[in-house]
Design a protein around this ligand. Structure first.
Ligand code: GDP
Ligand code: MG
Length: 768
């Protein structure tokens, strides 16, 4: 099968083209560096099927970051049958810089002028025939998004792949031509593949190349010694770059004719950025947008209309029965939208999903199992071990999807890239660059791709620090913990609002991450902060197709997890809580004698300073089990509650162990835990904080291990996670219980900070 590689600058539309060609749904983002590993798929509409490879975005073939190495090595070593160089036509000159380098490799090549829809909308024109004749390769105008020109592109690429091509350089016009030519002849004599490309790189003093061709370097230095140059003082890298840009602006720039405008005007994007990335207002605007998202997802009082207009509740409207149930089916629907206040869209979707669909379905399934002639233990295993766990996880699908819809909009519109820019300005002085914020923000989705994305960071230590804090950016799987516990705090203790609590917990994660990175960058992981070169992509309306693709990916992933890893874990937990050490089967009422209870009660005291240890009494171990089950997958935390809640309710019904839970049908899982253990609000919040900052799930730990490579650094990472979750949760709990302990924590923080500053000063003084 023929192989075509897609190469281009970050954010030029490679992944969009890849998806359009292969019908895949790889992640498309409006910020540089979303694709890190290469991805493959098949294009079927040519004479024969073609494998398409999506390479990471790069600005040049002189690699500094691991992703640039991947792309460069792929083109050089794997000899694709054709390289499709995607050029963002709205940014022609800058994109052609990479083009001039790929052109030097002996590989068939076509240029895809992408985003032509934007160019045409702006009224500009591009002469592709001129570009094509100057470069000697086909140039095809396309729009990856609107899927125009794709067939022509692939036909040109196919034709090119049948022919083969000799490398060609734009340096031929510059003073360097002679030097490059001599080196090329020397390399060719040695039988080196792609002699022109290597010759140019050797002239540039590219470190990988000088390493590769050690014997040739002295000869090249001799050639160079005769080269006259008084502009760049013998900096050949700058010389080559300068020659490339000169050629581009002389010969390629004329291909673009801009629509004549009356006077110089700022683009809409630039105007928006004057506000959005403002020095002072940038951060408050970001927080406001973030809060609006949480309000739209979690608030039961949309825009606070209920409070402002004192709207009547369903009960006051006489729409409920004496038991507080909806009067009829119509009211049940109404109750999904309104009760004394209009619910936010996220809550409405959630209510419909849970009250009208999932709840009904699992209620009906549970009834079937109860009514069957199965043994009681089997009924228990199926209903509590399987259905409750899976249903509780599935019930959180709506808030996850709604939240991710908003995050995808922020990302696709280009706003997320601005956040990295704003934060870069704030934190650069402390050793943290905006580049590091991009993988962190990706962590809101899932830590695994976020950790892989840290390959865009050139400094090894900054990379390690970033991998460590990525889990603090609460991922989709942690959302159920947040939603369920925050919901219980509001419903059972009547404290606060769900939107405010979830918003603050996300902020706590972000702040912890930033503080932790700053600490590490000034102690164990000190290093250079490389410059942050990134241009802000133009804002554009989010694409419906992209948004749906993101959501569909999330849904698939989540549902698959619910029916595999979560299902398996809840079954194991059910079994371990229904057998004693003597391998005797235990009824629901006796889970306190189970294997799992025995082990967990032993470690329970460790959690006492965090608020969910010994003070919770004989049932407190369920919190320990939930947190440990979360190490497999974070959804397990809530699934475990759901599985064990029914046992606690059974105990209360049988009056075992002095448990006093209202024997309500279908009591909410977290509420059952609250009633059984008497846990306080600060301890519940500490529990959320613990889960957010402790060792992440299995998959994320495995990724961290692979990405960090250094074994010592990985072990340090595990210790870091344990320590940070312990400190953060203890602080949350103690301050929540006894507000004056805030001063003790502040004093401790001040002491640590001064110690570090003093030590660094001394180290500096010594160095001088
Ligand atoms: P990559 O970083 O090169 O993989 O770029 P992506 O495929 O992630 O695309 C970056 C952004 O450009 C996304 O927001 C896309 O929706 C947008 N985009 C890609 N192709 C086109 C196009 O042909 N026209 C327009 N208007 N936008 C595009
Ligand atoms: Mg991409």
């Amino acid at each position: 099968m023929k192989r075509f590689a897609l190469a281009g600058n970050p954010n030029c539309g490679k992944t969009t083209l890849f998806n359009s060609l292969t019908g895949s749904t790889a992640h498309v983002g409006n910020w540089p560096g979303v694709t890190v590993d290469k991805k493959t798929g098949t294009y079927k509409k040519c004479a024969e099927p073609i494998e398409i490879v999506d390479l990471p975005g790069i600005y040049s073939l002189s690699p500094y970051t691991p992703e640039e190495v991947i792309a460069r090595n792929y083109i050089l070593d794997e000899s694709p049958d054709c390289v499709i160089n995607i050029v963002d036509a709205t940014n022609l000159e800058r994109n052609l810089y990479l083009t001039t380098q790929i052109a030097e490799i002996d590989v068939p090549m076509v240029i895809a002028l992408n985003m032509m829809d934007e160019v045409e909308k702006a009224g500009d024109k591009i002469d592709e025939a001129l570009l094509s004749s100057r470069l000697g390769v086909p140039v095809v105008k396309i729009s990856a998004l609107k899927e125009t020109g794709l067939k022509e592109l692939m036909e040109e690429a196919y034709a090119a792949s049948l022919k083969g091509r000799q490398g060609k350089t734009v340096l031929e016009e510059s003073a360097l031509a002679h030097l490059v030519g001599d080196v090329k002849i020397a390399l060719k004599g040695q039988g080196v593949k792609d002699p022109l490309f290597h010759a140019v790189k050797l002239v540039e003093n590219d470190s990988i190349e000088t390493e590769m061709h050690k014997e040739t370097v002295p000869m090249i230095d001799e050639f160079k010694a005769t080269f006259e140059d008084d502009v760049f003082g013998g900096d050949f890298e700058a010389l080559v770059a300068d020659a490339r840009y000169k050629y581009i602006s002389k010969h390629f720039a004329p291909a673009l004719s801009k629509k004549k405008t009356e006077k110089f005007s700022m683009s809409r994007s630039d105007k928006a950025d004057k506000v959005m990335t403002h020095k002072i207002w940038g951060i408050p605007i970001f927080l406001l947008i973030l809060f609006a998202i949480f309000h739209l997802t979690f608030s039961e009082d949309f825009l606070y209309l209920g409070k402002i207009f004192s709207l009547p509740s369903l009960e006051e409207l006489g729409l409920l029965t004496a038991e507080g149930e909806p009067l009829n089916y119509g009211v049940r629907w109404l109750a999904c939208l309104y009760d004394g206040a209009i619910f936010s869209p996220g809550v409405i979707i959630n209510n419909i999903w849970n009250n009208m669909l999932v709840g009904e379905l699992f209620g009906w399934l549970g009834g079937l199992v109860e009514g069957s002639s199965m043994a009681p233990w089997a009924v228990g295993l199926i209903n509590n071990g399987i259905f409750d766990g899976v249903a509780s996880v599935l019930s959180f699908l709506p808030p996850i999807l709604v939240l991710f819809l908003f995050f995808s909009i922020l990302e696709d519109s280009g706003y997320m890239a601005r956040i990295a820019f704003i934060l870069d300005r704030m934190f650069r002085r402390f050793g943290l660059s905006g580049r590091a914020f991009m993988p962190m923000i990706m962590g809101f989705g899932c830590s695994v791709p976020a950790m892989i994305n840290t390959r865009t960071l050139a400094d090894e230590k900054e990379r390690a620090a970033t991998v460590r804090v990525i889990p603090f950016f609460s991922c989709g799987a942690k959302l159920p913990i947040l939603t369920a516990v925050a919901g219980a705090i509001v419903a059972y203790f009547g404290v606060g609002n769900a939107d405010v609590i979830t918003f603050l917990m996300y902020l706590l994660g972000i702040v912890t991450a930033i503080v932790a990175v700053l600490l590490m960058r000034n102690t164990t992981l000190k290093g250079e902060t490389p410059p942050f070169i990134m241009e802000l992509p133009a804002y554009h309306a989010p694409q419906f197709k992209n948004l749906m693709a993101h959501l569909w990916d999330k849904t698939k992933h989540f549902v698959k997890k619910a029916f595999t890893i979560i299902l398996a874990s809840t079954i194991v937990i059910w079994l371990l809580t229904h057998f004693s050490f003597a391998w005797k089967f235990l009824e629901d009422e006796a889970i306190n004698e189970s294997i799992l209870a025995g082990i967990s009660q032993l470690v329970q005291p460790i959690f006492t300073p965090l608020g969910f240890g010994s003070q919770l009494g004989q049932y407190g171990w369920v919190f320990v089990v939930a947190a440990v089950a979360g190490l497999i997958a974070k959804e397990n935390v809530i699934a475990t509650f759901a599985t064990l809640a029914s046992c606690l309710v059974a105990m209360a019904n049988q009056n075992v162990g002095g448990l006093d839970i209202a024997a309500e049908e279908g009591i909410d899982a977290v509420q059952a835990m609250v009633l059984a253990t008497g846990i306080t609000v600060p301890a519940l919040i500490s529990f959320i904080a613990f889960n957010m900052t402790t060792i992440p799930c299995f998959a994320a730990v495995g990724t961290a291990k692979a990405e960090l490579q250094d074994k010592k650094r990985f072990n340090g990472t595990l210790i870091f996670w344990l320590a940070s979750s312990y400190v953060v949760s203890a602080a949350v709990y103690t301050i929540g219980m006894w507000w004056w302990t805030l001063f003790l924590w502040l004093a401790a923080a001040a002491a640590v900070t001064s110690f570090i500053i003093l030590r660094n000063k001394r180290a500096k003084a010594k160095a001088v």
